[in-house]
Each structure stands twice: as C-alpha cells, then as structure tokens.
Design a protein around this ligand. Structure first.
Ligand code: S3P
Length: 443
C-alpha cells in the first residue's frame, strides 16, 4: 500500500540563521482579487500570495466576469466590469473561508445567482454567520444539502442596508456585510464591540469608497468601533501592494525563538496592530523579537522582524487579544511547549471552526509529542518543558496545524512527522524550502 503523504522535521542540532521574505498577506490578497472584480477598470497587484486559496479566489473573480491576468511572480492584473455577473458554473472556493464568505457578500449585492462550494473542510464550516445578516439585507440562500453548510446558492440584488451588531469578532462577517452594503439602499452599519482586522475598510477607501469609523463608547471603556458605509458607492480599480503576512512570518520566527543559537529575520512583515497579537504575546513571554526599518507600504505599516533564540516563560494570554492573533494560536502553542511554566489560552472558541478544530488538533498533536496540555471548551493550557517529539501527527488537512508541528519538531528531542502536509500550499507555498534555507531539515 502506498504510504500516506507526510513531512518530517528533524531536530535542527544547529542554529537557524538567515533573512527571508514573508509570502504576501492572505487576507489582503483575497480582497485584491474580489475588490478588483467588483471595481470598474484595472487593478494592478504586486506581491500577491500565490497560494491555493488565492488562486481559487482569482478563478472566482474570472467566473464573475473580471479578466484576471498573471503578469509575473506575484504580479497580477484584474480588470473589473464594475459589478459581478452570474457565473456559468459553481464557484469552488477550495479550502478558503475568507474567499467564500467575502464572495458571498459581494455577490449578494448584485441581481445575480451563484452557487458556492468548497473542499471537505470548507463544507464543514458554518456559513449562516454570513448568510444570516445577508438574508436580513434581502438576499436569498438555498442550501443544497444541509442548512448552514456549503454548497449554497445565493440569489442577490435589491438589498437594504442593515445595522448589525457583531457577536463574534470576525472580519469575514464584517467584510461580507460591507461588500453587500456597497450595493444596498441606505446605510449599512457594523458595530464591533471587539475590533477585528480592518483590511476591508482600508481597501474600500483605496478603491474610492467612503467608510466611516467611530470609536464605541462602551461602559468600562471597551476597544470597539462602529463602521458605516453608504450604499450605492462604486469602486474604481487601483494598485495594491500586498505586504508580508504576519501569520506566515510567525513560522520561521517561531523556529528562531525555539532552536538554540538561532537568529532569523523576516523582511517586509505587515505590522497592522489588529494582526500583531502574537508578537506582543511572545515579547511578554520573554522573546527577543525586534522590529527594524518600520515603514509604510500600500497603506499598511511594515517592518523587518528578527527573532533570536530566547528563554520563554508561560503567561496568561489576554482574551481581549484573541481577534488580533486568532490564526496564530497553533504556532503560539508550539512555542509555549518550550517555555518555562504554563501558557493559558482562553476565549478562543473560534479556533474550533477554522480549517479544522484547531484546539482539538493542537491538543492531540502536542500530547503525542509528550507535551502536557489541558483542553477546555473555549481554550487550552500548554505546560512548558523539554519536548520529546517522536510522533506522527494528524493535521486534518489544516495548513497551520501542519506547519506548527513541523516547527515544533525542529527543537524537539526526536523528529516530528505530519500527515497530509500538502495543504501548506494554501497559505505558504515554499514553506519547506524557506525553512530548509535557514538550516532546518524538513523532508
Ligand atoms: C480573515 C479573518 C479571520 C481569519 C482568516 C482571515 C480575513 O477569520 O481567521 O484566516 O481575511 O478576514 P474571522 O474573521 O472569521 O475570525
């Protein structure tokens, strides 16, 4: 019988050193394709993440009537028709939650019909969190098999703006509502008691739309804001320079922190404060993490981040930070396994509805590697100490689970293997080559 595909990370045994460039940010890459397709005229993108998730969104943009051309590495041109057209076939969003949820919002604003589907993982993820508010705005959804799960057909058009209070801090929900709101009558308001990443708001402005943002006056001084968008605004094509993805930069930086003697620099990392919760957390844990050459690029702060091997200590991660690092808890957990003392991660129930149930997958994977972990309904606690490794870990086809355990294996006592690692290409094509270029042995 052919063996299942897997990758193995061997304990590095020597320092990792070097300077690398993070792949383009996944959130901004998806949005550049979607906004480009909705806009009138040409959008030129540089630094696009050419991962499988984004390629699926690029194909979707074409299916909705845009012309999408690859001009060179990371350089793409999208020529929009000033609106989306009914696609000829089913829109397959692959593994991408961001792709499907933002596209559903965009499509709902036009008088078109489109059916969305995805891979086995995406078919398990909840969609009503987006179709619920879009239905309130006037769109109609037909579930092909099970309510709340793909495949689903949207019948769009004739929308009215809504005033929506977010109960989960989710940029995907907010973005779907705002994109639909562009083509609704009246005003669309999204109130976020806890801020989520603001790439949609920033990019809407770059494409010529007006978006209002006001701080929320919460009792006890909360951190939220209220976002307002008038309907009937059009988007105009523009240039988009995609910064490096902090969620991907996290993996080589984590390896730098846990492999003795290492010094790893990742250049051009986006430093949007709604995305840097992991960096703050690592610094609180005692990480020697420094940022150099902070600059502005494409409307975002970027900088070169260096991680040096550090003696980490466990901390209680503030729950209020969850939204700014929701994709980073798996790699945080892997580094926490090497810390002195326990790292407590709570208020992260959203991890259970990502590409996999990431709490359960990390708990099982870390335990298999000899790490003591306590699982809770909405969180987990990782006890630090020497990490044995010597396990083959299930990833449920989740890119971040695979990369987190491979990084763990570089500093463990024995090699760590991961099953089904091909999904790494959804967000980080070239991950293995990059890590091995720094001195790792992942084969
Ligand atoms: C994303 C938002 C996050 C994140 C995802 C990308 C985005 O999801 O997990 O990888 O680009 O808006 P939620 O906003 O639903 O938490």
């Amino acid at each position: 019988m052919p063996s299942a595909p897997q990758l193995t990370a061997r304990p590095a045994g020597r320092a990792l050193t070097g300077t690398v460039r993070a792949p383009g940010d996944k959130s901004i890459s998806h949005r550049s394709m979607i906004f480009g397709a909705m806009a009138t005229g040409v959008t030129e993108v540089e630094g696009l993440l050419e991962g499988d998730d984004i390629l699926a969104t690029a194909r979707a943009a074409e299916a909705f009537g845009a012309t999408v051309e690859r001009l060179g590495e990371g350089r793409w041109r999208v020529t929009g028709q000033g609106g989306l057209k009914t696609p000829a076939s089913v829109i397959d969003c692959g593994n991408a939650g961001t792709g499907v949820r933002l596209l559903m919002g965009a499509a709902a604003g036009y008088p078109i019909t489109a059916t969305f589907d995805g891979d086995a993982s995406l078919r398990k993820r909840p969609m009503k969190r987006v179709t619920g508010p879009l239905t309130e705005m006037g769109a109609r959804f037909d579930w092909a098999a099970v309510e709340d799960r793909l495949p689903v057909t949207v019948h769009g058009g004739n929308l009215e703006g809504i005033d929506y209070l977010q109960t989960v801090a989710s940029a995907q929900i907010k973005s779907a509502i705002l994109l639909a709101g562009l083509n609704a009558t009246g005003e669309t308001v999204v109130t976020e008691p806890e801020k989520s990443r603001d790439h949609t708001e920033r990019m809407l402005r770059a494409f010529g739309a007006e978006v209002g943002v006001e701080p929320l006056n919460l009792n006890g001084g909360g951190e939220g804001w209220k976002i307002t968008l008038k309907g009937g605004q059009t988007l105009t094509g523009t240039t988009v320079s995609v910064p490096g993805d902090p969620s991907s930069a996290a993996f080589p930086l984590a390896a730098g922190l846990i492999v003795p003697g290492s010094v790893v620099t990742v250049e051009g990392v986006m430093l949007n404060p709604l995305r840097t919760g992991l960096f703050e957390t690592w610094i609180e844990m005692g990480a020697d993490l420094t940022i150099a050459d902070e600059r502005e690029s494409g409307g975002e702060r970027i900088g070169d981040v260096t991680a040096r091997h550090s003696a980490l200590k466990g901390i209680v991660v503030p729950e209020s930070r969850a939204a700014s690092m929701i994709d980073e808890y798996p790699i945080l957990a892997a580094t926490a396994a090497f810390a002195e003392g326990a790292t407590v991660m709570r208020g992260v129930g959203e991890m259970r509805v990502k590409e996999s149930d990431r709490i359960s997958l990390m708990v099982n994977g870390l335990r298999a590697c000899g790490v003591r972990v306590e699982e809770e309904a909405e969180g987990f606690i990782v006890a630090g100490g020497p990490v044995r490794g010597g396990a083959t870990v299930a990833t449920a086809h989740d890119h971040r689970i695979a990369m987190s355990h491979l990084v763990l294996g570089l500093a463990a006592e024995q090699p760590v293997s991961v099953l089904d690692p091909e999904m790494i290409a959804t967000s980080f094509p070239g991950f293995v080559e990059m890590m091995n270029g720094l001195g790792a042995e992942i084969v």
